[in-house]
Design a protein around this ligand. Structure first.
Ligand SMILES: [Zn+2]
Length: 134
């Protein structure tokens, strides 16, 4: 029996395409309202603050801080040997916005710890943003 393949995100979705174009270029990009500057994360076609439909992708720094994490000890997929850590990172340039990342093993983490994004290339289309201690 063939092992299940790792699931990959859809990278040409109208709402998230700009994020994936950014990760392929080694950048974090979030959607921003062009009218009032609100970061729209998760991305949406219009601004929930001012109602504008004028949005653009903004490159932000690759820095963040640990918001929370969990260590997984029960293996559910062959591509993710345990233990591994799922970390939730507050983005330095986008207060209130967070991204999830994967770390091998069970590194010692502390809430508020500085993290830096690294970019994991899975295919020509898919590059994931992951996080390492800065
Ligand atoms: Zn707005």
């Amino acid at each position: 029996m063939e092992a299940p393949r790792r699931l990959l995100p859809e990278t040409d979705d109208v709402d998230t395409k700009g994020f994936w174009e950014g990760t392929r270029e080694g950048e974090l990009r979030l959607l921003e309202c062009s009218s009032c500057g609100t970061i729209l994360h998760m991305p949406s076609a219009y601004c929930h603050e001012c109602g504008s439909w004028d949005t653009r992708w903004k490159t932000i720094s690759n820095l963040g801080r640990v918001h929370s994490w969990t260590v997984v000890h029960h293996q559910v997929h062959p591509d993710f040997p345990v233990p591994y850590t799922v970390v939730l990172v507050d983005l330095d340039d986008a207060p209130g916005a967070r991204l999830v990342g994967y770390l091998d093993g069970a590194p010692v983490l502390v809430c508020g710890q500085a993290m830096r994004a690294r970019f994991e290339v899975l295919s020509d289309e898919v590059t994931l943003a992951q996080w390492d201690p800065a």
